[in-house]
Design a protein around this ligand. Structure first.
Ligand SMILES: [Fe+2]
Ligand SMILES: [Fe+2]
Length: 415
């Protein structure tokens, strides 16, 4: 009998270790922070057998509520309920909230009933979520996500542990230990994802600054690059490109005109029309750009070289420098070219006044199957609402613009 019990217990432990290993592998391969956090919560829910969970990430002296899953609300409201019911927000870290207490002390709180917290305790349960959603939180574990250097990166909260009959019970010590292992693995993965994001942000910033330096001297260049990069990403997303390709394009697009560094100022800033020979020289910025960027092992620079070379090619073969036609033009070149043309049409340049927005949109629509493929124009039109918003936001004064990075948008924001 004892043997049988021991065997069963051994098997249970083996299964838990295997689950933890799988979680570790899954987490370490996900570098997108928001997706990673979603995975941590769902893995923790499964392992702890509980109804709900959420993660807060520390951002200086604030906690940002990042992701949440709640099986009861999911059953009640259906798939996609998270976006509707969980509003992302930030709040200052203070010890009177459970998550704030855990973030500032680094202690784990394992609470049997959040409505029965002893008045001597520094922290309280805030019941806004329960009242708003007609939900009852009872048992809770709030655990710090600590990296190996013991820095608290955030807080994992699990709610309402369930027994086999689905009744809410407190989280026992074994479950707490299991969740502890997931938290440690999650913290390492989160730290890596945050570092990767910081490097990417710095990389993109460097690219933008160098690209501005190459075209320089024109105040609007940096805004043009930000806008046309955002349009390119929107079009690529609507074309169904993979996240990896979209990422490459995001870094490559701002470098499209880097070859202008080789064009004399007298041509680059000439108001009015260029002579034929000046125009021939101007066209060479595509080739100069490709030459500057080619020959690298970096996927980003390879993509950038393609973009620089092909962003003035046109679907009907009327573009330059090679007069490529249709799908001879690499897709990155096609996407950047529509984004670049639209922004150039709608903006004021040294050689022209701005077109009004609706005229610019009509012009793009009219170029379907002429300058641009019908798929590209359709993907552009599909994203029009977002594109117009980006354009209009950049026309506002800097004081009216949204902050550079908002808590509810994990990616680098251009506007
Ligand atoms: Fe160009
Ligand atoms: Fe451009």
């Amino acid at each position: 009998m004892l043997d049988k019990y021991k065997k069963a217990q051994k098997e249970f432990v083996r299964q838990q270790v295997e689950k933890l290993n799988n979680i570790g592998v899954a987490l370490s391969s996900e570098h997108n922070l928001e997706k990673l956090l979603g995975q941590v919560v769902s893995q923790a829910l499964g392992l702890a057998h509980c109804d709900a969970g959420s993660i807060y990430i520390k951002e200086e002296d604030k906690l940002a509520f990042m992701v949440a899953q709640n099986n009861t609300l999911k059953k009640r409201y259906g798939k996609g309920y998270e976006d509707k019911y969980f509003k992302k927000f930030q709040f200052p870290i203070s010890k009177d909230r459970i998550s704030g207490y855990v973030a500032s002390t680094g202690e784990t709180l394992n609470i049997g009933d959040v409505y029965q917290i002893h008045p001597d305790k520094e922290y309280r349960f805030t019941d806004d979520f329960d009242r708003r959603n007609n939900y009852v939180t009872k048992s809770m574990i709030a655990m710090p996500l600590k990296d190996p250097d013991h820095n608290v990166l955030g807080v994992l909260q699990l709610i309402n542990c369930l027994n086999e009959e689905g009744k809410i019970i407190p989280f026992d010590k074994d479950i707490e230990n299991l969740i502890q292992s997931v938290s440690s693995q999650a913290a390492v993965a989160i730290r890596n994802a945050q570092l990767i994001r910081k490097v990417k942000e710095a990389h993109l910033d460097t690219i933008l600054r160098l690209s501005v330096a190459a075209e320089f001297r024109d105040d609007d260049t940096s805004e043009h690059l930000r806008r046309m990069t955002t349009y390119s990403v929107i079009v690529a997303r609507n074309l169904g490109m993979s996240e990896y390709e979209i990422d490459l394009l995001k870094y490559a697009a701002p470098m499209h005109d880097i070859g202008k560094i080789g064009i004399p100022d007298s041509i680059l800033f000439k108001p009015g029309n260029l002579t034929k020979s000046e125009w021939e020289e101007m066209k060479k910025h595509t080739i100069y750009g490709a030459q500057i960027l080619e020959g690298s092992d970096s996927e980003i620079l390879k993509a950038s070289s393609i973009v620089a070379m092909n962003h003035h090619e046109r679907w009907d073969g009327s573009g330059y420098p090679r007069g490529l036609r249709k799908n001879e033009i690499p897709i990155f070149g096609q996407i950047v070219s529509i984004a670049d043309v639209f922004d150039a049409l709608a903006s004021k340049r040294c050689y022209k006044e701005a077109y009004d927005l609706s005229n610019s949109i009509e012009e793009i629509k009219a170029s379907r199957s002429v300058s641009f493929s019908k798929h590209i124009v359709d993907a552009f039109v599909q994203g029009l609402e977002e594109i117009v918003e980006v354009f209009q936001n950049s026309q506002k004064s800097v004081f009216e613009q949204a902050p550079i990075i908002e808590v509810n948008k994990v990616e680098v924001q251009f506007h």
